[in-house]
Design a protein around this ligand. Structure first.
Ligand code: ATP
Ligand code: MN
Length: 486
């Protein structure tokens, strides 16, 4: 008897695309707004399947007005009604309600998301509800599409996905930035004769941490499967409260045997362009929404802070242009002779060869000098990790960082040192414990080959695609210093 039960729910994205006018449909979702006149109410409803709402038309002769008065922004409802052609502009269809049920009410005096613009800072404190805003639902749909695109890109090229460990005993990148994993009792730590904490009594009988990168393990797999990639969570306890750093973020790390640094750069550029094109092809509505949001925001900015390009324009620009490829030394010369350096407008002045570039320098190269993405190669060995292949000059390594507009470094990678003796020498110079890395070193003893890889910070890439200025707004639940709510 109750028609509501056997009728299947139609998602709003499919409904908006349907022309089965006159058919009875069932929709479920959350109310964005309700407005009305004497005899009818109009409810804008969204179920997250698309940024677009469906309009529900409620005739008080069919549905009790008192019930409708209880429906406010944020409430969940289900509607059964007739799909009709929309007389108004905008949407092509709407639903004329025959039956309406409130699934969950939302008290307007308490519900924090009113139908007005809220600041991103405010919404960060409401991360449990911000999914329900247009901005965040758009971001997280795009984020999903990009995850899918990553796997498709690599699968289509014959790369194998490898799950590398989250808990690790190796410190790949250098000490001090790792989160410890332990089951030892904090209030009652065991000590050995030397007065150090006795990790032998810990769960793994050694000191363990959350991983900062899956690269070292991915290398092991690449030296058998040829082309692999990891895409997993990584953790860094760096106390940098910037708009580009998270304590927990996701990283895509391909690793490929028989690739030199040029193959590596080609792979990275192809991947970034593939993902960008995938977003443009598959996320049009969400990108248009974010693009408009961004240009509205730009209007409130000072002229010099404006990016000058609309979001979609910017994405197309990256697609259509080859990335500029220069060495560290060339970049260094450009920066040293640049206006902001001479006029002392950089916070960190470029003086001596060998210093690492800061975000302000990276952005100058991309946004002001070349006006396109830049790949910087051959960095001084002293500022890079031990595993990067040493150049013949004995002074620089075959590193490659990719720099993007507004963000700075988005990819860090290199050709790896495949020579056993050279690798051991670098480890010793950089105080990397050779003994604990015996397994890594063995790959250079048995069938070692040239190989390369890189890490793309997934959230930084999502910042680029969505135009969001703060990395906290492109991951559902950001982890940053002093903040692990939700
Ligand atoms: P940065 O100099 O910007 O701190 P990094 O040199 O520490 O970055 P890598 O170790 O090369 O970064 O890591 C590879 C990629 O991971 C970076 O290019 C970046 O996109 C991303 N990444 C690194 N640290 C973070 C972080 N704390 N939060 C989000 N993404 C990060
Ligand atoms: Mn780096």
């Amino acid at each position: 008897m109750n028609k509501m039960d056997d009728l299947k729910r139609t998602k709003i994205i499919d409904l908006l695309d349907s022309n089965e006018f006159g058919k009875i449909k069932k929709v479920m979702g959350w109310v964005r707004t309700r407005r009305g006149s004497k005899n009818v109410a109009f409810i804008a409803m969204n179920d997250g399947s698309t940024i677009k709402n469906i309009q529900i038309v409620v005739d008080f002769e069919i549905i009790d007005e008192e019930l409708i008065q209880r429906i406010h922004s944020g409430a969940a409802i289900e509607v059964i009604g007739e799909l009709i052609e929309s007389p108004g502009s905008g949407q092509k269809v709407e639903v004329k309600a025959n039956i309406l049920n409130i699934l969950g009410e939302a008290d307007p005096d308490e519900y924090p998301l009113q139908p007005k613009k809220h600041s991103l800072e405010f919404l960060r404190e409401k991360a449990h509800l911000r999914f329900r805003t247009n901005t965040f639902s758009a971001i997280f749909r795009i984020r999903h599409a990009m995850i899918f695109a990553v796997h498709k890109f690599f699968n289509d090229r014959g790369f194998f996905n490898i799950h590398t460990p989250i808990i690790t005993a190796s410190d790949a990148e250098g000490a001090g930035e790792m989160f410890r994993v332990t089951t030892l009792e904090m209030k009652n730590l065991p000590f050995n004769e030397d007065g150090d904490i006795d990790y032998k009594q810990d769960f793994f009988a050694k000191e363990t941490n959350l991983t900062v990168s899956g690269q070292l393990e991915a290398e092991l797999a690449a030296l058998a499967l040829s082309e692999v990639y990891t895409f997993g969570p990584t953790f860094r306890a760096e106390n940098s409260n910037t708009s580009r750093h998270l304590a927990e973020f996701w990283m895509i790390e391909p690793e490929a045997a028989f690739y030199d640094i040029n193959d590596n750069m080609d792979l990275a550029e192809d991947m970034l362009k593939y993902m960008t094109k995938y977003a443009l092809d598959n996320c049009v509505d969400d990108l248009e929404f974010l693009s408009k949001r961004l240009s509205d925001e730009e209007k409130n900015k000072k002229q010099e802070d404006r990016s000058g390009m609309e979001l979609i324009e910017k994405l197309n620009f990256v697609l259509e242009n080859d990335f500029e490829r220069i060495t560290y030394t060339e970049a260094f010369d450009i920066l040293r002779n640049s206006k902001p350096n001479k006029k002392k407008r950089f916070q960190y002045l470029i003086k001596e060869w060998g210093a690492d570039f800061q975000s302000e320098h990276e952005r100058y190269l991309v946004e002001k000098h070349f006006k396109k993405p830049v790949i910087v190669t051959d960095y001084p060995k002293v500022i890079k990790a031990f595993y990067m292949k040493l150049n013949d000059d004995d002074n620089t390594v075959r590193a490659m960082d990719i720099l993007f507009p507004q963000i700075g470094e988005i990819v860090g990678g290199s050709q790896r040192e495949e020579n056993y003796d050279k690798l051991v020498k670098r480890m010793n110079e950089m105080n990397v414990p050779e003994k604990e890395m015996w397994w890594y070193l063995e790959t250079r003893k048995f069938g070692s080959v040239p190989h390369s890889g890189f890490g793309l910070g997934f959230e930084r890439f999502i910042q680029f695609i969505t135009g969001m200025g703060n990395i906290r707004d492109v991951i559902p639940f950001p982890r940053t210093p002093q903040n692990a709510e939700f």
